[in-house]
Design a protein around this ligand. Structure first.
Ligand code: ADE
Length: 230
């Protein structure tokens, strides 16, 4: 998979790609990530990329021309499956969306800043808009990093243990069950006997029951949710 990220702050977003699982997936050439500094496509030598909004109101808006220049360059080089815009005024990211995007070959992610982008950018280029939650960040860079992490770890070969993504929270609309490791007893707190029993069908049933219990208590909405993805 190739991910092209268009941003006004490349330095802000690079670090998550330089560590741990994401770095290893890049080293293993399972993913390529390219950062594009919007200022390199600015209208003038002062790096102008934003302007006041028509009709008045606080906050600057990213202009269409620099984004058009950057996108047109990328479109001339390859086809993209999705052109994603990170914004709080969109559907919230969920595991289904991450699953779907993890099978894409090429994607562009545009990160907003200030008051966002000129609506015509969204109308002309964007195929999918993604929010990472009902709160406003100072820019879309951290949100893009979250989206990339959620997608990249699902690409086959990225996680060492191939089954571990399948047992994550949300894969079946359930939160993950509790997990334990050694020691079996700590300060009078014992690991549930069933997990030490070696009876794997029963352990699977216990895990499922615990997942349902946890979901009912913390996220009952997931149980009634058919999870719309787009
Ligand atoms: N940009 C600012 N806030 C955001 C959010 N919650 N999700 C995605 N992009 C954003």
């Amino acid at each position: 998979m190739r991910i092209d990220i268009i941003t006004v702050s490349p330095e802000l977003i690079k670090s998550p790609f330089e560590h741990s699982i994401i770095k290893r997936s890049i080293d293993k050439k399972l993913v390529e990530v390219h950062f594009h500094d919007l200022r390199e496509f600015a209208l003038n030598k002062y790096g102008k990329i934003d302007d006041y909004q028509f009709g008045g109101g606080a906050g600057m808006v990213l202009m269409i021309e620099p984004i058009d220049k950057c996108m047109s360059k990328l479109f001339s080089q390859r086809k993209y499956d999705e052109v994603i815009y990170m914004t709080p005024d969109a559907k919230t990211l969920n595991q289904q969306t991450a699953n779907k995007l993890s099978s894409a070959k090429n994607i562009i992610i545009l990160t907003g800043h200030y008051k966002g982008v000129d609506q015509r950018v969204r109308d002309k280029f964007i195929t999918k808009e993604v929010s990472i939650g009902d709160y406003v960040l100072s820019g879309g860079e951290l949100a893009a990093a979250v989206l990339c992490d959620a997608i990249i770890r699902l690409i086959p070969g990225v996680l060492g243990d191939e089954t571990s993504a399948l047992t994550d929270s949300f894969q079946d609309n359930l939160l993950a069950p509790p997990v334990y490791t050694r020691p079996a007893k700590y300060d009078n707190m014992k690991v549930p006997d069933i997990l030490l029993s070696g009876n794997f069908p029963k352990i699977d049933q216990w895990r499922h029951d615990e997942a349902v219990k946890r979901t009912k208590s913390i996220r009952p909405d997931l149980l009634s949710n058919d999870e719309d993805e787009d």
